[in-house]
Design a protein around this ligand. Structure first.
Ligand code: SF4
Ligand code: FES
Length: 336
């Protein structure tokens, strides 16, 4: 195969052509819509991320044109590269849906069900996954791991009890800042995010660990308990910042800017990392040039009552051949 030749792959029956070396997850993202596997640890902007959480599992029902044998086990789509002629199943496979349910159960084993008081509620990927795949009750009978909350400097709080050990914050601190002082200490059920003797993560870009955390383990102390995110209005704004791009989302309640975050794409990933001055120090409308309401593309509760009426399961609706195979998902989306 020539270097620049594209690789043909199909995901849930939808064909797509991608560059060699592309992962199944990114091939699925190229198609878009509901066939894209969820990803709790992979982050396209962070080198080395992925392979930790297993939420992105898919079934490879045909390995490649050359070797059509299916892969014997479900694979992590964020870490498996496509082969020419590969056929992948995500939401068309009951096996995948069942396995993902198991992964969610596993992720929730130690996670407290404190969404009603968690600042991340409404934009938490684990909450969304729990809603989509979770069981109504837990089978876990042992005592859950608990930790005391730790203030990492005066702007960030670590609530380790909620952490799913995705490593995103570690990669962020490693790759964005010049002095990482936190990491994962211990292994197995003793693993925990910790700083070197609770030393403050103290540099211009440290606040980005809040944005990359898929759950409410790292939160913004300047926003804690101020409001539920779905009662706030996200607005895009920018400023002339000497340190970062200055492109942010302001979260308003009435006239007041309650918090400032980086802008996120449809997969919940930060578009451009922002500096701490923009995030923590500029909380007045006068600091910003307002662009307009933020289009919330994520199918979480933030999008309800806001600017867009999202069409659920668009890909499936537009692909009649998949409708039958996805009857269960489709009927569920209509009910929602
Ligand atoms: S604190 Fe958040 S970002 Fe860091 S490992 Fe835990 S869940 Fe991931
Ligand atoms: S997103 Fe693939 S293993 Fe976590």
């Amino acid at each position: 195969m020539a270097d620049n030749e594209k690789i043909k792959v199909s995901i849930d029956g939808i064909p797509v052509e991608v560059d060699p070396g592309t992962t199944i997850l990114n091939a699925a993202r190229k198609i878009g819509g509901d066939i894209v596997p969820p990803a709790m640890c992979y982050y396209s902007k962070l080198e080395g991320s992925g392979g930790k959480c297993r939420t992105c599992l898919v079934k490879v029902s045909k390995g490649s044109e050359k070797d059509p044998r299916p892969m014997p086990k479900l694979v992590a789509s964020c870490r498996t590269t496509v082969m020419d002629g590969m056929e992948v199943q995500n939401i068309t496979s009951n096996e995948v849906i069942e396995a993902r349910k198991g992964v969610v159960e596993m992720l929730l084993i130690n996670h407290p069900l404190d969404c009603p008081i968690c600042d991340q509620a409404g934009e938490c990927h684990l909450q969304d996954l729990g809603f989509e795949h979770g069981a109504v009750s837990t089978r876990y009978e042992f005592e859950r791991r608990t930790f005391d909350k730790i203030d990492i400097g005066d702007k960030i709080q670590l609530h380790m009890t909620r952490c799913i050990l995705c490593y995103r914050c570690v990669f962020t601190a490693d790759q964005l800042t010049n002095q990482r002082v936190h990491g994962i200490l211990g292994r197995g059920d003793a693993a925990e995010i910790s700083t070197y003797i609770e030393k403050a993560i103290d540099n211009d870009f440290s606040g980005n660990v809040i944005d990359v955390c898929p759950v409410g383990a790292l939160t913004d102390r300047t926003f804690r308990f101020k409001n539920r995110v779905w009662f706030t209005k996200p607005v895009e704004a920018h400023r002339d910042c000497p340190t970062c791009s200055g492109k942010v989302t302001l979260w308003y309640k009435g006239e007041e800017v309650l918090r400032v975050t980086a802008r996120k794409d449809q997969y919940g990933e930060v578009e451009e990392f922002i500096c701490n001055t923009c995030r923590f120090e500029k909380k007045h409308t006068a600091d910003w040039a307002i662009e307009g309401p933020r289009a919330v593309a994520h199918t979480s509760v933030i999008s309800s009552n806001h600017y867009e009426n999202l069409k659920p399961l668009q890909v499936i609706k537009e692909n009649p051949t998949l409708k039958e195979a996805n009857k269960y998902q489709f009927e569920r989306s209509v009910r929602l």
